[in-house]
Design a protein around this ligand. Sequence first.
Ligand SMILES: [Zn+2]
Length: 254
Amino acid sequence: MDAVKHLSQWATALPPAPPRGNAHRALDAVARRSRSEKQAIRLSARADGAYSERIMNDPAVALGFELSLPEWAAAELRALAGRAFATVEDRVRLTISLARANFERDTGGPFGAAVFDEDTGRLVSIGVNRVVPTRCSTAHAEVMALSLAQQATGTHDLGGPGQPARQLVVNWCPCAMCCGAVVWSGVRSIVIAGSGPELEQLTGFDEGPIHPDWAGELTRRGVRVVDGVLREESRQMFLDFARSGRPVYNARKG
Ligand SMILES: [Zn+2]
């Protein structure tokens, strides 16, 4: 009750609710009430029910959200999960093809990621950008891949006790948000196709205030960084995205 009382102080922007429980207590004593009083009680109970229904169905109130892969990517993951991608080139190639398929199928932006067991190359999860379809600005490919890996392995910490070293692979340098997500995920290494201004220059996507020494910051926190694997292939994919004329959802345009 204390929690409810405490939280209610933040609810001032909502329409005032009829006092909860009053209607039920009053109905217990309904036989003793006059006709006008009974009418007032019925109206009060109806108002309480209508209020609850209105809040539950109010599109401005959300009590949870779900992020999921598009159908084609889910089928890819079912087919590929557990298979070994021996080299870092194989792993990056997968993320570039995921990114390309994602924009060509109009299921999100041109970004793909995957989590592997570092030593064996066993594929644990994949991710593609889902920002616009899921109405969620945090649904970047890296967040999708890391979150799905955590669900698949049953732990929030991919570097926790008993876990094999995990590797995140992405088709370009993670944005400001995803650099943080990498730190919290527990992965031991990250492999990217490239870094630098080309992504923003070619596509117009805003990558945010990335730390100037992002690679050093990751390394100091136990995440090894491998940069520049299939850089030209990834650059070409961004160029194809730009030429396709598809929208850039977070362009700040100066
Ligand atoms: Zn990101």
